[in-house]
Design a protein around this ligand. Structure first.
Ligand code: ZN
Ligand code: ZN
Length: 262
């Protein structure tokens, strides 16, 4: 059996990213060894990877946990990342979301998110604490009453936003319904959203439409345009939550087609 104390680090394959994280872990966590799991752009993989890619990361973490009794997972992301060439703001958001995803695995490990600065310094972004527990988090969605739409949307939101539960507000063909709604119905929908927001502080609000909806009288392009218009309408309600427009395609795969920050 291995002796010594271990941390598990999910980091970029980029050689420049290795020492800053290793030094920070040794200094701040006082652990002797680091098991490195590397991916090009790990913050992207953990938040936008396929279910198989994410399962593979989890499997590697569990090897480290089982063999070396690691009790802490560090997820790091860095600027100038060839595997994930996005803005610093996007990196930071992905690292925090990714840490939530890892915490949701229920491995009973502490999860820490680190941003590697352009000067190759370290800025901690989030930390679950030793118990490895992040309070249960919620997403919120306006979706069709169609029972086929619920699971693909909810599973995808859990995976990509690191939330544990999805509160649903359902309407038949919601993109059409909201655009044609009476003031009373809009008020009613707004009240339901506010109820969920006050009770559960969701981190994202999805407005979703799907193929094969309402007898297919509208094309996918028209549905998608309606989703964007509904998202813009809901944004005027000033709910203080980021809004995404989502299209569920013929395979029930969700696609982000619109994004409005909180
Ligand atoms: Zn990189
Ligand atoms: Zn529908």
């Amino acid at each position: 059996m291995a002796t010594g104390t271990f941390a598990t680090v999910i980091n970029c394959i980029d050689g420049r990213a290795r020492n800053p994280v290793a030094n920070w872990v040794r200094l701040n966590l006082r652990l002797q060894y680091i098991d490195f799991i590397t991916e090009p752009g790990p913050d992207k993989v953990i938040t936008q990877g396929t279910a198989a890619e994410i399962a593979e990361l989890k499997r590697k973490v569990q090897v480290s946990q089982t063999a070396h009794h690691s009790a802490v997972i560090v997820l790091a992301g860095h600027h100038d990342c060839a595997g994930n060439p996005v803005s610093e703001a996007e990196h930071r958001a992905q690292i925090s979301q990714g840490a939530q995803v890892i915490a949701s695995w229920g491995l009973n490990m502490r999860v820490i998110g680190l941003w590697i600065t352009p000067e190759w310094g370290i800025e901690p972004l989030c930390d679950t604490g030793a118990q490895g527990y992040i309070a249960e988090t919620f997403g919120l969605a306006i979706t069709c009453i169609d029972g086929r739409a619920k699971r693909p949307l909810a599973d995808w939101m859990k995976q990509h936003y690191g939330v544990h539960y999805i509160d649903l507000v359902t309407e038949p063909e919601p993109d059409t319904t909201l655009l044609q709604a009476t003031p009373w119905l809009l008020e009613n929908i707004q009240q339901k959203l506010r109820y969920a927001i006050v009770a559960h502080h969701p981190t994202v609000l999805a407005i979703a439409a799907h193929h094969d909806c309402g007898g297919n009288t509208l094309s996918a392009a028209v549905h998608q345009e309606q989703v964007r218009r509904v998202a813009n309408l809901v944004a005027t309600w000033n709910l203080q939550v980021p809004i995404i427009g989502v299209w569920l395609d013929e395979q029930w795969q969700p696609h982000i087609i619109h994004q409005i920050p909180a």
